[in-house]
Design a protein around this ligand. Structure first.
Ligand code: NAD
Ligand code: LMR
Length: 330
């Protein structure tokens, strides 16, 4: 085992997602079995007592890869020297709300945290935003951290990607292991577009294997877009274990690389690819290696996909304008 622990900061650590996420990180699921990890956990002051309880449980697991745990309510201290920051802490929506309704309530959290990352994180910092509205919160954090390269900020659409894989595997009677090259485009919201036109089922084009436009339009796409709401309706609380698993998948693959012959969905800063306005944090098909990502280029976009990608980008632009008006970005 190497000796210097990687510092992983997690915000909202006493919350639902935190309760799943911390134990997986501590057990080596993020960085592998040979890399010691130091957890740096941020919470608001009233939640620190509950967080102490979670840390007692982390101790009780005696994870060989867990080198140290630091907790606190000051992002300047908790982000000090962080190599990875998982920004989960934010209010979840409840029944009947859209994620965009959280813009004002949660946006302000990400200005302060962006500044604190800018001033205190390690030079190799990578940031994953899970807290909603994730894309625009990542935009706010990025905009408040001018010294950190923009490509170090990302938002989670891996949960949507995983949800889409599960639906496609069910429809085609295959396993998720047989599926490749699925894409989530756009916002982590009901406008997101799960695209199977370039996906493969056991090496064959997924849209051709499915060959069912009604299922695609009336079942698959809305099911993936509205899965978060369906879980809130059924569970009475927003997805947590699956969100934690996706946060691990996203960040692990970013740091350790995507599989050969496949790609991932990650919301990253747009360079204008596929007509998505430059600067927005939008989900794209990406290939990752050694902590870097690249948007997959050259995919042919049919008219059906074009309209949906544009609609989600338009929503992201509206969210950007709204947080600009709130003074959260310059
Ligand atoms: P939760 O309410 O159980 O936990 C959130 C935690 O964040 C709380 O403990 C709260 O005290 C803490 N918090 C609030 N403000 C904070 C701040 N300024 N600094 C540090 N901590 C702070 O919520 P949850 O179910 O864990 O969900 C967290 C967020 O993740 C929500 O916004 C939810 O909508 C979002 N989410 C995103 C995805 C995704 O795919 N992107 C999936 C599921 C949930
Ligand atoms: C999800 O997709 O499950 C989360 O973003 C929670 C939500 O509000 O939908």
């Amino acid at each position: 085992m190497s000796t210097t622990p990687v510092k992983v900061a997690v915000t909202g650590a006493a919350g639902q997602i935190g309760y799943s996420l911390l134990f997986r990180i501590a057990s080596g699921a993020l960085l592998g079995p040979d890399t010691p990890v130091e957890l740096r956990l941020l919470e608001i002051t009233p939640a620190l007592k509950a967080l102490e309880g979670v840390v007692m449980e982390l101790d009780d697991c005696a994870f060989p890869t867990l080198a140290k745990v630091e907790i606190g309510d000051d992002p300047n201290t908790i982000f000090d020297g962080a190599n990875v920051a998982l920004l989960v802490g934010a209010r979840p929506r409840t029944k009947g709300m859209e994620r965009g309704d959280l813009l004002e309530a949660n946006g302000a959290i990400f200005t302060g945290q962006g500044k604190a990352l800018n001033d205190h994180a390690a030079d190799d910092i990578r940031v994953t935003v899970t807290g909603n509205p994730a894309n625009t919160n990542a935009l706010i954090a990025k905009s408040n951290a001018p010294d950190i390269p923009a490509e170090r900020f990302s938002a989670l659409t891996r949960l949507d990607h995983n949800r889409a894989l599960a639906q496609l595997a069910k429809k085609t009677g295959t396993s998720v292991n047989d599926l490749k090259k699925l894409t989530i485009w756009g916002n982590h919201s009901a406008t997101q577009y799960p695209d199977i036109f370039h996906a493969e089922v056991a090496g064959k084009n997924a849209a051709e294997v499915v060959n069912d436009q009604t299922w695609l339009e009336n079942d698959f796409i809305p099911t993936v877009q509205k899965r978060g709401a369906a879980i809130i309706e059924a569970r009475g609380a927003s997805s947590a274990a699956s969100a934690a698993a996706a946060t691990i998948d996203h960040t692990r693959d970013w740091l350790r690389g995507s599989a050969d012959g496949d790609w991932l969905s990650m919301a990253v800063v747009s360079d204008g690819s596929y007509g998505v306005p430059e600067g927005l944090i939008s989900s794209f098909p990406v290939i990752t290696k050694d902590g870097n990502w690249e948007i997959v280029q050259g995919l042919e976009i049919n008219d059906f996909s074009r309209g949906r990608i544009d609609a989600s980008a338009a929503e992201l632009a509206e969210e950007r304008d709204a947080v600009q008006q709130l003074g959260l970005i310059g």
